[in-house]
Ligand binder design. Structure first.
Ligand SMILES: [Cu+2]
Length: 185
């Protein structure tokens, strides 16, 4: 074997390692960025980053336990908000879509069935940050924070029947009309 052949052989091995790495890396990124509204190991996710919805219709944590709605947002027991969603088409069709700006929420009310696994998406349509939050502490974990122009979603099981007011938690925003209500039937 000539010196030149050894160099060519070594170069080929390096190329194979790089190609192999890229293939493996690409596969893992497909798994972590699960396609929208499709099945993962624990259930169906509405968008990358949301908590999965199990086959029995319960929103569950990454370890498979039912999420808690009265805990601090973003903690492991809470339903997780999605990563920013680049196209509204990336959300399942049954998603409840709400936009928020200085003019308020639109629509400012929506109706869901008690116990149903609801996916709610909030879009900031102006150049401000907004934080969707229910007034009732029993739903404190169902919170969505969006930057200017951003859309994010969260999945949760609707509570018992009643009306649940929500507001934007950024100081001054609810006072100018960023309020609304969820009606649970
Ligand atoms: Cu706001």
């Amino acid at each position: 074997m000539t010196k030149q052949n050894i160099i060519i052989g070594a170069a080929a091995v390096v190329v194979l390692i790089i190609v192999g790495y890229l293939i493996i890396n690409n596969q893992s990124s497909v798994i972590t960025n699960a396609p929208q509204g499709t099945k993962t190991e624990k259930g169906t996710v509405a968008a990358p980053g949301t908590s999965p919805i199990s086959e029995t219709g319960q929103v569950v944590t990454q370890t498979g336990e039912q999420v808690k709605l009265n805990v601090t947002p973003g903690t492991p027991e809470a339903p997780q908000q999605s990563n920013p969603i680049t196209s509204p088409k990336d959300l399942p069709p049954q998603t409840i879509k709400i936009s928020v700006s200085a003019a308020g929420f639109s629509p400012s009310s929506f109706t869901v069935k008690s116990g149903a696994a609801v996916t709610l998406a909030v879009t900031a349509t102006d150049s401000q940050t907004h934080v969707f939050l229910f007034d009732d502490k029993s739903l404190s974990a169902v919170a969505i924070g969006v930057g200017p122009g951003e859309t994010r979603a969260i999945s949760f099981n609707a509570p018992k029947s009643g009306e649940y007011a929500f507001h934007c938690d950024v100081p001054g925003h609810s006072g100018r009309g960023e309020v609304g209500k969820m009606i649970v039937q």
